[in-house]
Design a protein around this ligand. Structure first.
Ligand code: NDP
Length: 409
């Protein structure tokens, strides 16, 4: 019997893909022993650059922060923002002490009174089912902590479960508990539409703040410009989405470097940004009453883990946690959010001042150099040539590369 594609080894998959010899050789060189079991139909590793945020100070502790991103300027911006905040003593953080993740059992065509009465009657059975589904969690002091019914429009309801997930994100654990609790609702089986975790993260809020003398950002005028731009993020969703993208530039780079699920963190962040009914920027920048200090804060849900998921399976994620100083889960969350706020500060300062284009184009010049075929030290030479000419486009990059090669010949 011939094997299905997903049953083949990574090597066999390349053969089945009917590629040119050079493409086969290319992908084969990029196959590893660590990754094949992480996803389905694996055929190669895809690498991204990793850069360092050299000093991020949060709650008095300095961290070396690994950042994985393909976007130029992100790591430079994080370093820039973190350096300014570091001079003011660093970031402060506030968060709930336990990691909590939510789950939902969704009901339709349901009489809410009947459901409420049933939940109240079966409360013990619900907790018992959760415990039997994940006894290991209960042994650690984790597991199901709360159950609430929420009435929704059109005779719908959500049974909201709050699960304490320990050192893991807990997505699979919550789904396992939900399956077991669903069985308790046998009398409502016709009404149940789904039992699935929620990425909303209502109980996973992390706040990071900073208070810095306005002199550190270049004086009162610059601080006021940052505050003015930040205010647009509160009233205009078009501005807010761009500001939040800048926050996730840094934040997601650390989430990814530590092997965590950046889609979950981003989805939760965007939902929280819209939680007032209008999509707003996640950060707030204002002046204190004296006008001497710039105050920044960023609050958002962060459901991540320092174990579980793909973390143990990815050597880079393991090493990156080591590089961070093996932080507790709480410390890792605040490092992640502080990096987002550092990027946010750098972006607001640049956009409200000289604009981001100059810095971006400097980094873009290197990317362009690579695009036109520059290798090794040619990359920096072409980038410098583009900066000197003040024209950053492919034609100029090709011309400069040609000249460098002619001179070196
Ligand atoms: P795992 O399924 O890997 O569960 C965590 C593992 O760590 C369990 O085996 C657990 O053991 C073990 N563990 C050991 N010590 C601890 C401790 N102190 N605290 C907690 N766990 C401990 O991972 P998660 O449940 O965290 O799920 C995360 C993964 O799920 C991510 O890869 C994510 O991408 C994915 N996912 C995300 C979804 C979403 O966001 N919507 C949906 C579905 C999956 P034991 O079992 O004995 O308790």
């Amino acid at each position: 019997m011939t094997k299905k594609f997903y049953q083949l080894s990574a090597r066999e998959r390349l053969e089945a893909m009917d590629l040119t010899p050079s493409l086969t050789a290319f992908y084969r060189e990029r196959q590893s022993d660590e990754m094949p079991n992480l996803i389905e139909n694996y055929f190669a590793d895809f690498t991204l650059p990793e850069g360092l945020l050299r000093h991020l100070v949060v709650d008095g502790r300095s961290y070396q922060v690994p950042m994985v991103t393909e976007e130029p300027s992100v790591v430079a911006a994080a370093n820039n923002g973190a350096r300014l905040v570091g001079q003011a003593g660093g970031f402060q953080s506030h968060q709930t002490s336990q990691s909590l993740l939510g789950g939902q059992i969704l009901f339709q065509d349901v009489a809410i009174d009947e459901l409420l009465a049933y939940v109240s009657e079966q409360r013990e059975a619900i907790f018992e089912a959760a415990k039997l589904a994940k006894p290991s969690m209960v042994e650690r002091g984790d597991g199901l902590k709360d159950v609430q019914i929420r009435s929704l429009a059109g005779r719908r309801a959500s049974l909201d479960l709050t699960v304490q997930t320990g050192e893991a994100m807990g997505a699979n654990a919550v789904n396992t508990i939900l399956e077991a609790v669903k069985a308790v609702f046998q009398p409502f089986s016709k009404n149940i539409v789904a039992a699935i975790l929620t990425n909303a993260g209502h109980d996973a809020l992390v706040t990071v703040t900073t208070q810095m003398p306005v002199s550190l950002v270049g004086g009162l005028a610059v601080a006021k410009a940052i505050v003015s731009l930040s205010a647009f993020g509160k009233v205009d969703p078009d501005r807010a989405v761009t500001e939040n993208k800048g926050i996730f530039n840094g934040l997601s780079a650390v989430v990814l470097a530590t092997g965590n699920d950046y889609r979950a963190v981003e989805a939760a962040g965007h939902a929280y940004a819209g939680s007032t009914g209008r999509y707003q920027s996640l950060s707030t920048w204002k002046l204190d009453d004296t006008g001497e200090f710039l105050l920044g804060s960023l609050t958002m849900p962060v459901n991540i883990g320092r174990l579980g998921g793909a973390i143990a399976a990815m050597p880079m994620a393991q090493r990156n946690l080591e590089l961070l100083g093996a932080p507790s889960l709480g410390a890792l969350k605040k490092v992640i959010v502080a990096t987002g706020l550092a990027n946010n500060l750098a972006a607001l300062k640049a956009v409200s001042g000289p604009g981001i284009q100059a810095g971006h184009m400097r980094m873009q010049a290197r990317t362009l150099a690579i695009q036109v075929g520059a290798v090794g030290d040619e990359v920096l030479k072409v980038a410098n040539g583009l900066a000197a000419e003040g024209a950053v486009d492919q034609n100029h990059a090709k011309k400069i590369l040609g000249e460098i090669r002619k001179n070196d010949a």
